[in-house]
Design a binder for this molecule. Structure first.
Ligand code: FAD
Length: 432
């Protein structure tokens, strides 16, 4: 049997559900396919939903309606060594007022809510449905086949939102095989703690959240760790470069255990009950790994298009995913109105992406990918910083050293001038 739609969206993650919601609101006949038993069932992330105008356009004041855990008030960046952490804390009253800057969320709950919004607007949601192949007709993508299901789903346009491994983008010839150096692997533990304990321990009130990013992972693996406070739980985990993890020969769970035993982390999670362990890949190749994102009858959005970046301070993916979903939906609406589903018509999606913050930020931080491969960033520099701070604060009856001389001596003890300058140039290019 063949079923017909105006648009098929594959994947009910944030990118796919936003696309489906926007299309359904315009009265298009849209089918949203999800391989999980329900949207979000197979999805995880660290925990920070950034303020996203594309979501606010569809659900005004979404923070009053969506199932969010807390709004982020306190941001902490900590440079970690095995025994210490040098931290920078940022708190600002503006972060404590709507529209908030970011929210902690649990993906199974948030993704279900977002897909439900699309269903309420008229989209057909099919769960337990894995699109396993593209259907091509007259030189254009015209639908998908679904695993274990007879027949095809056909549409004028297919929006591919199937996440980081996107088999469909590969089948369409848009993506090549993955390089481990372009991929991160994330592991996370959800830990239950009473709301009052979280507020007391992290110095929070009401629904304020803390977002702590740790640079450095025990064992010298390239990557960073995170801790987010939810209403009655804590999300703690790490994102490691896949090639670095492979080289270490260690299992992700053992590395996570080491993080949980770190003195700075141990005291924050004391008494917590382990609720859930999850793991997922993250696209980390930056703009150079973004493929062509459209072809005749098809567009690729979110992680499937590699639209995710980190610059060592921020990891942004979910906001890029939702924005790209909205821009692909706008393009699909224009294509349906003009009855033109060609590659040239759908190139409008790429132009919209280029004009948005999505590609502008991906371009701006293109050198961050190289910076993130500097091994010294994850152990040597945090150690230098920690040694400087130890000497700045230590009082032992010996004469003090001035800060600049102390910093120079500590840095040159660990690293040669040539490497120090080379790293400085890379870091400067990536961030300044
Ligand atoms: C450990 C970790 C921490 C992160 N932390 C953050 C963070 O704090 N903030 C942030 O902004 N970003 C973060 N990210 C990145 C963020 O999670 C992603 O960028 C975002 O989820 C991408 O959304 P998406 O809709 O494109 O893909 P996904 O969320 O992966 O959704 C894809 C959907 O498609 C479905 N699917 C896949 N294949 C098929 C198929 N063949 N047929 C039908 N359905 C299919 C999947 O089940 C899933 O529901 C993190 C990622 C990881 C792994």
């Amino acid at each position: 049997m063949v079923q017909y739609f105006d648009v098929i969206v594959v994947g009910a993650g944030p990118a796919g559900s936003v696309a489906a919601l926007k299309l359904a609101r315009r009265g298009l006949n849209v089918c949203l396919l999800e391989r999980g038993g329900r949207p979000g069932a197979k999805n995880m992330f660290g925990g920070l939903l950034h303020n996203t105008p594309a979501l606010n356009d569809l659900v005004p004041s979404f923070w009053e309606k969506a199932p969010l855990e807390r709004h982020v008030y306190k941001k902490v960046l900590a440079f970690m060594t095995p025994e210490s952490a040098v931290s920078l804390t940022f708190e600002n009253e503006k972060f404590d007022q709507p529209p908030y800057n970011g929210y902690t969320v649990l993906r199974p709950v948030f993704d279900s809510w977002l897909a439900d919004e699309a269903v309420k607007a008229g989209a057909t949601l099919l769960c337990d449905c894995t699109a396993d192949d593209l259907v091509a007709e007259d030189g254009k993508i015209a639908g998908v086949t679904v695993k274990g299901r007879d027949g095809e789903l056909r549409a004028n346009i297919v929006i591919v939102a199937d996440g980081v491994l996107s088999l469909l983008a590969k089948q369409a010839g848009l993506r090549a095989d993955f390089l481990p150096s372009n991929m991160g692997v994330g592991v996370k533990l959800l830990l239950g703690l009473p709301e009052a304990t979280i507020n007391e321990r992290f110095h929070l009130v009401r629904d304020q959240a803390a977002d702590i990013a740790f640079l450095g992972i025990p064992g010298g693996i390239r990557g960073g760790s995170f801790l987010y406070t939810n209403r009655e739980s804590i999300s703690v985990g790490m994102v490691m470069h896949l090639d670095s993890l492979k080289e270490s020969g260690k299992a992700p769970y053992d590395i996570l255990e080491d993080l949980l035993q770190h003195p700075q982390v141990r005291r924050l999670i004391k008494g917590a009950e382990s609720l859930e362990y999850s793991a997922h890949l993250v696209p980390e190749g930056g703009i150079r790994a973004v493929p062509k994102v459209y072809t005749d009858g098809m567009m690729v959005v979110g992680d499937a298009a590699g639209l995710c970046y980190t610059n060592g301070i921020n990891l942004e993916g979910i906001n890029l995913a939702m924005t790209s979903g909205a821009l692909a939906a706008e393009t699909a609406i224009a294509a349906v109105e003009s009855r033109d589903y060609s590659d040239s018509m759908l190139s409008l999606y790429k132009r919209k992406l280029d004009e948005s913050f999505v590609m502008k930020d991906m371009k701006k931080f293109k050198s961050a990918v190289g910076m993130m491969h500097i091994d010294r960033l994850y152990d040597t520099y945090p150690r230098i910083l920690s040694n400087i701070m130890k000497k700045v604060y230590k009082v032992d009856g010996t004469p003090r050293k001035k800060l600049l001389g102390l910093a120079r001596r500590e840095a040159l003890k660990e690293i040669g001038l040539k490497d120090f300058v080379a790293d400085g140039i890379k870091i400067g290019r990536a961030l300044l």
